[in-house]
Design a protein around this ligand. Structure first.
Ligand code: PMV
Length: 319
């Protein structure tokens, strides 16, 4: 019988975005981020001890370079020179701007720590996950999370049952992997965008109004801040040399449809990450109206309806 650890996590969608690194070596975020963990979309990861490290994502072997530093730091913490055999899958497109790295690295951290029998607090697990992907620090918790600028670990602000009416419509504009990774695009922004400094100066100012809106679960106060955060992040990206443009024609068509909906009094508040997908924050009572209108923009468009999700679920099994 082989011991195996299974872990299921959900992606972390930033309402106020992290973009840029305070320390590249330690992978510390330059800006604070406020996020919601998405319910209804998952990463599932299984880890076993093996003779060498290997990772398969959705059945395909993938390169180890981004994973080895995390494996090594967990091995060091446990004082054990063992290797990991990892099988991971997402029930949503990977590397397409749907935060698969947040749920992926969170699941990997929790599963590897458990198989190493490391007794770590959620904050310690969050710090390990952050070293690989800053957004993964937030996927260690359900509900609403905060990762401060320069922060080593994320914290949970509210649990998954805090805002039951909130929904996030994920409009799958493309299933293709993004043309440039968030890591490379962040570096390009830092090195070549004249707006990067302004982004850093301004990003923190969006946090307070977002926190206040969240405190009162006021979507019409939260929505405008969410729009400013992603728009300013993408403005900095666009000003890089060469410009980084993640948007596709359908991304823009959906942004415009959200504007039309708001003009008609329907609360549809969009956000985007490092990819062409558009995520629309709304209340459960508006899901049918908004989905119908986005479907008119593109009848082929796949829309996933997410709610506020839970933190990691992990169990050890004998197989
Ligand atoms: O954690 P990373 O390296 O995958 O970068 C995430 C960047 C954004 O998704 C665009 C913003 C965020 O805060 O999640």
């Amino acid at each position: 019988m082989t011991r195996e650890v299974f872990c299921r996590t959900s992606p972390s969608l930033a309402l106020v975005k992290y973009w840029g690194k305070k320390s590249t070596r330690q992978n510390l975020p330059a800006t604070p981020s406020l996020a919601v963990t998405l319910g209804g979309v998952h990463t599932e990861t299984r880890v076993r001890i093996a003779g060498s490290d290997s990772i398969r994502l959705n059945g395909e072997p993938i390169a180890l370079d981004r994973f080895t530093p995390l494996f090594d730091s967990l091995r060091r913490a446990a004082g054990r020179q063992v290797c990991f055999q990892v099988e991971s899958s997402n029930d949503f497109p990977s590397s397409a701007g749907l935060a698969s790295s947040s749920s992926g690295f969170a699941a990997l951290t929790v599963a590897c720590a458990r198989i190493l029998e490391l007794d770590l607090s959620p904050a310690q697990l969050s710090a390990f996950a952050r070293s690989a992907s800053a957004s993964a620090a937030r996927s260690l918790f359900g509900g609403f999370t905060l990762l401060p600028a320069g922060g080593f670990a994320a914290e949970q602000l509210y649990g998954s049952d805090y805002w039951p009416e909130l929904r996030i419509l994920i409009a799958l504009v493309s299933r293709e992997a993004k043309p440039i990774s968030s890591r490379a695009a962040m570096e390009a922004t830092r090195l070549s965008s004249p707006y990067y400094r302004a982004w850093l100066r301004n990003a923190g100012q969006l946090l307070d109004p977002a926190l206040k809106a969240l405190e009162t679960r006021d979507i019409s106060a939260l929505g405008p801040v969410v729009r400013l955060s992603y728009s300013r992040m993408h403005a900095a990206l666009l000003a890089s040399s060469p410009p980084v443009l993640y948007w596709l024609p359908n991304s823009v068509a959906i942004l415009r449809e959200c504007q039309h909906l708001r003009d008609e009094g329907v609360g549809a508040w969009e956000t985007m990450d490092a990819g062409p997908q558009v995520k629309v924050l709304c209340l459960a009572s508006d899901v049918a109206t908004i989905s119908g209108r986005l479907q008119e923009v593109d009848p082929q468009l796949k829309i996933i309806v997410a709610s506020v999700g839970e933190g990691p679920v992990c169990q050890a099994e004998q197989r």
